[in-house]
Design a protein around this ligand. Structure first.
Ligand SMILES: C[S@@+](CC[C@H](N)C(=O)[O-])C[C@H]1O[C@@H](n2cnc3c(N)ncnc32)[C@H](O)[C@@H]1O
Length: 320
């Protein structure tokens, strides 16, 4: 219970503070609530995450307006909330992350064959379908879609090389342990609930991106990045540069040795350019090479070389 309380305090301090008053308040509350801690302690360790609890609770009981509503929801719906926490995982799909990836993608000689590992519903597999606003430069969405297209805002440092064109992507595929299906209402409800409560703009653009994915249907196959990636790479057309990327995924691969083996495989594969956009603890040696560590940001590395610090939702890019 002490370890769970610490985890929720850490979440309140370093993840929720400044981003969601509600999640910060609820996480602090959980850390001091014997009832909530008891509820969590009955779940397996990998099912006790704050994001999972809060999303499951909101899915079942709606967004609580106060800690007493939170307590009431746990009391009334403990079984249903636990059921969601045991069957769902935090598969937050944030297409806004494309804004932090695009400067690097656009520097690679195309045409590209794009492979995303940990693709969730595949919303980040369509970076060439979205618009971008980096403050000092915009990239308008392509006009080919009749749908409302999201324009992702991303605060870019002065030295960030901003693209004037979308990359040419001629083939794309995703890989995920559990691909989410945007034509399935329950999957869509889960994707929406994973967006933090005050993040109305993120939710609106998620919905737009879902509509585009519903039309474009990028392929996301079920599989584990540790075993199944090479078969997917082998399918990519020979005349394209293969780019493998991932954002907010490798922290779910718990063993550092598995992460390192994956990284070694990517660096050694001469056919692949590898974009890794993850928290700095995922690959500590990349973070060491990047100068002072920004714990609250992701580190974007290309073939193992740090290139930028990025906002976890793609809201910022600081080129190194
Ligand atoms: C937090 S989501 C991020 C989704 C997407 N990359 C994004 O940034 O919007 C992490 C995803 O990684 C997937 N995942 C975790 N471990 C994986 C593994 N070993 N192989 C394939 N996918 C994995 C999860 O199922 C989940 O959909």
């Amino acid at each position: 219970m002490e370890a769970i309380a610490e985890r929720y305090q850490r979440f309140a301090r370093s993840e929720a503070a400044g981003r969601s008053v509600l999640y910060e308040t609820m996480a602090q509350h959980v850390a001091g609530s014997p009832d909530a801690l008891t509820f969590l302690s009955r779940l397996p360790g990998d099912r006790q995450q704050p994001n999972l609890l809060f999303a499951a609770l909101r899915l079942i009981a709606g967004t609580p307006a106060s800690v007493s509503e939170f307590d009431h929801a746990i009391e009334e719906h403990a079984e249903a909330i636990a059921e969601v926490m045991l069957t769902r995982t935090t598969q937050t799909n944030e297409p806004g992350r494309c804004a932090a990836l695009l400067p690097s993608l656009a520097r690679i000689e195309g045409p590209l064959a794009l492979i995303e590992v940990g693709a969730s519903a595949g919303l980040c597999l369509l970076p060439d379908f979205y618009g971008y606003d980096w403050g000092r430069q915009r990239l308008a969405p392509p006009t080919r879609s009749a749908l409302a297209v999201p324009v992702f805002q991303c605060n870019a440092s002065e030295n960030t090389p901003l693209p004037l064109q979308h990359p040419e992507i001629i083939w794309r595929a995703g890989l995920d342990l559990n691909p989410l299906d945007v034509s399935n209402d329950e999957d869509v409800a889960w994707l929406e609930t994973l967006v933090w409560p005050e993040h109305h703009e993120r939710l609106a653009r998620l919905r737009k991106a879902i509509e585009i994915v519903r039309t474009e249907r990028p392929r996301v196959v079920a599989g584990d990045l540790r075993q199944d990636l090479h078969a997917l790479i082998a399918e990519a057309p020979g005349d394209a540069t293969v780019v493998v990327f991932h954002t907010a995924v490798l922290s779910y691969v718990v063993d550092q040795s598995d992460r390192d083996a994956f990284a070694a495989g990517m660096i050694d594969d001469a056919r692949v350019i590898w974009l890794c956009n993850e928290g700095p603890r995922t690959f500590p040696r990349f973070a060491e090479a990047a100068g002072p560590v920004h714990e609250e940001m992701f580190l974007l590395a290309v073939d193992g070389q740090p290139v930028a610090w990025t906002g976890p939702h793609g809201q910022e890019i600081r080129w190194i």
